[in-house]
Design a protein around this ligand. Structure first.
Ligand code: F6P
Length: 360
């Protein structure tokens, strides 16, 4: 193994730089192998200066840094790229150009740090002969076959700190405070932060809710003399009769942008006589320094991905199972999105704490 490429695709997540650092160090120190960084996801293979050598100096000091030194692109689907041809915007498939770009680099392995979308593309490129290995990244923690993706723990800590801060002001003003959190299809951030922060309501995509039930919880608390409530709501939460709420439509390149469910719930509660305020935590959950847990996990993933490359374990992804780093096929990792099981112990625990999921 002489040359490894590494890219970061999709939305960023705290810990990307920690993986890059671990890959560079392991490749150099253990295998005497050169590492090349591909800029802006798969796009780097298509541009003149899209590939940079990564040495020890390039990764010095990046372990605690959020973001990615390589840049990311969540419009970077090689199978659907928007380009202007003859003054018109069209969508084309550039996957063959990317494969050529990869071959030109004579890479012995390409490590792809990404979420569901990026890893599905990785598997398709593997079918075209690219020696690809995936590393599971996403704050949503929704990749199959692994207990944890890096970035989740950091997002969770930011979300539960936000809940703590909302608690004090909610209590002072006797308000219902709604916190809209990230989580497109999976409610792990909201469920875990809601339990860790002791919210009164948790709304997640996996458990469709009724507006009346959410209101009933706020009413019940007021009747008991608790004049404030905290509601943690996933951006992807859906009402039983209304579905998800979007702030922007999608197309072949961009997925529809979620946003607005918190505001809807806030308005409903106010219409029924309870003062409320809505906070959208948004990309604060993705930015900044990773927690120690995420740095540790990211470093283990990066080192394991290089070892897997040395063994020729392509079209596979490093994963955490029962606390041990292992690897699974990219097909297994991407065939089903990991979601909260409504019958899961964490949901039962939350219900036992008196938390409402707005479904009863
Ligand atoms: O997939 C991670 C995620 O944080 C989702 O929870 C969210 O819907 C999405 O990224 C937003 O990404 P962006 O604003 O970068 O398009």
């Amino acid at each position: 193994m002489k040359r490894i490429g590494i890219l970061t695709g999709g939305g960023d997540a705290p810990g990307l730089n920690a993986v890059i650092r671990a890959v560079v160090k392991t490749a150099l120190f253990v295998y005497d192998c050169k590492v090349f960084g591909i800029k802006d996801g798969y796009d780097g293979f298509l541009t003149e200066d899209g590939i940079i050598p990564l040495g020890i100096e390039s990764v010095r000091g990046i372990l605690p840094r959020g973001g990615t030194i390589l840049g990311a692109a969540n419009r970077g689907n090689p199978y659907a790229r928007k380009v202007i041809r003859d003054g018109k915007e069209i969508t084309i498939d550039v996957s063959d150009e990317i494969v050529k770009g990869i071959e030109k680099q004579k890479l012995d392995a390409l490590l792809v740090l990404g979420g569901d979308g990026t890893l599905k593309i990785a598997h398709e490129l593997a079918q075209k002969g690219v020696p690809i290995i995936g590393v599971p990244k996403t704050i949503d923690n929704d990749i199959g076959g692994t207990e944890a993706t890096f970035g989740f723990d950091t997002a969770l800590n930011i979300a539960s700190e936000a809940i703590d801060r909302l608690h004090t002001t909610a209590e002072s003003h006797h308000r219902a405070m709604i916190l809209e959190l990230m989580g497109r299809d999976a409610g792990f951030i909201t469920l875990h932060a809601g339990i860790a922060g002791g919210t009164d309501v948790i709304l997640i995509p996996e458990i469709p809710f009724k507006f009346e039930s959410v209101l009933a919880k706020v009413r019940e608390r007021v009747a008991k003399g608790y004049n404030f409530s905290i509601l943690a709501v996933s951006e992807g939460a859906k009402s039983q009769d209304g579905g998800q709420v979007f702030s922007r439509k999608g197309d072949e390149v961009y997925v529809p942008r979620l946003g607005g469910i918190g505001q809807k719930i806030g308005e409903y509660i106010e219409q029924h006589g309870f003062e409320s305020r809505v906070t959208v935590l948004g990309h604060l959950q993705r930015g900044g320094t990773p927690t120690a847990f995420d740095r540790f996990l990211a470093t283990r993933y990066g080192a394991a991905a290089v070892r897997l490359a040395a063994r020729g374990g392509f079209d596979r992804m490093v994963a955490l199972q029962a606390g041990v780093i292992t690897d699974i096929s990219l097909v297994e990792a991407t065939s089903t999105l990991k979601r909260v099981n409504p019958k899961d112990e964490a949901v039962l625990t939350a219900r036992g704490m008196g938390i409402s999921f707005g479904d009863e």
